[in-house]
Design a protein around this ligand. Structure first.
Ligand code: C5P
Length: 240
């Protein structure tokens, strides 16, 4: 995979105009555009087609979590929308993940297309060990142990990868093997501001630890020259 294809640009904006301006500017410099709840719920699914029309691939970050039948039905729809990847919560359970993977595969087969990369969200990085035990009543496991267990469950259920924090890249890579895709946010080049991200890693460190895709927003979007920022990240990823 080329370095550029590993960069997933977070389109964390409210309007189609702002999003499409970024896509136009950056579609030759990043591999994928991430559409999250803000943009999708604000302007609807047509934004996916509009990104496609400009030559961009889409990671639809809606984090589905519901009963298996409902998530499987949504997975069929998101497969018909030709997303490159989308995600569901591992906390929805094994059966939910299995049915979603199967439904997406069946839909892709009937359309004669490749199935989108289906990713599991494990433990949200905003959840601390304290919240895990005191509020979610999950005892006897560290966050990292739970993340790895859920990553393995996602893999056994037929999902293609996970979204995780940079801290968890290595343990997931060693448990789930080389083909399981790892997508990580919390990426900050040394030359950019950390903003509200706390446990950060550089693009190069994330790659060296075994990540496949790097979700990057503000270091590119808020740079004085977003194209130059994306190119600088590509150079760092390609450096020997
Ligand atoms: O601007 P920045 O590079 O921090 O954007 C990172 C993107 O990744 C945002 O869309 C953010 O919601 C998302 N994300 C994150 N940390 C997580 C999960 C998702 O930063 N743990």
């Amino acid at each position: 995979m080329e370095a550029k294809d590993r960069i997933v640009l977070a389109l964390d904006v409210d309007t189609a105009e702002e999003a499409l301006l970024l896509v136009k500017k950056l579609s030759k410099h990043v591999g994928v555009f991430k559409i999250g709840m803000q943009l999708y719920n604000g302007i609807g699914p047509d934004i996916i087609n509009r990104v496609h029309d400009l030559g961009g691939k889409v990671f639809l970050d809606l984090k589905l979590h519901d009963i298996p039948n409902t998530v499987a039905s949504a997975a069929r729809v998101l497969t018909r929308l030709s997303t490159f990847m989308f995600n569901i919560h591992a906390a929805g359970g094994r059966e939910m993940m299995k049915q979603a993977a199967q439904a997406s595969q069946e839909q892709a087969d009937s359309l004669g297309v490749k199935r989108p990369l289906l990713l599991a969200v494990t433990v949200l990085t905003s959840i601390s060990q304290k919240e895990l035990t005191e509020d979610m009543f999950i005892n006897g496991l560290t966050v990292e142990e739970l993340v790895v267990k859920w990553a393995l469950m996602a893999q056994e259920s037929g999902l293609g990868g996970v979204v995780c924090s940079p801290q968890e890249i290595r343990p997931i890579r060693s448990s789930c093997g080389p083909d399981f895709k790892i997508v990580t946010p919390g990426i900050r080049p040394l030359w950019s501001a950390a903003n509200d991200q706390k446990r950060i890693t550089t693009p190069r460190q994330a790659l060296d630890q075994g990540a496949d895709f790097l979700v990057i927003g503000r270091p590119i979007v808020k740079a004085d020259d977003p194209v130059a920022a994306a190119n600088r990240i590509i150079e760092e990823l390609e450096a020997e």
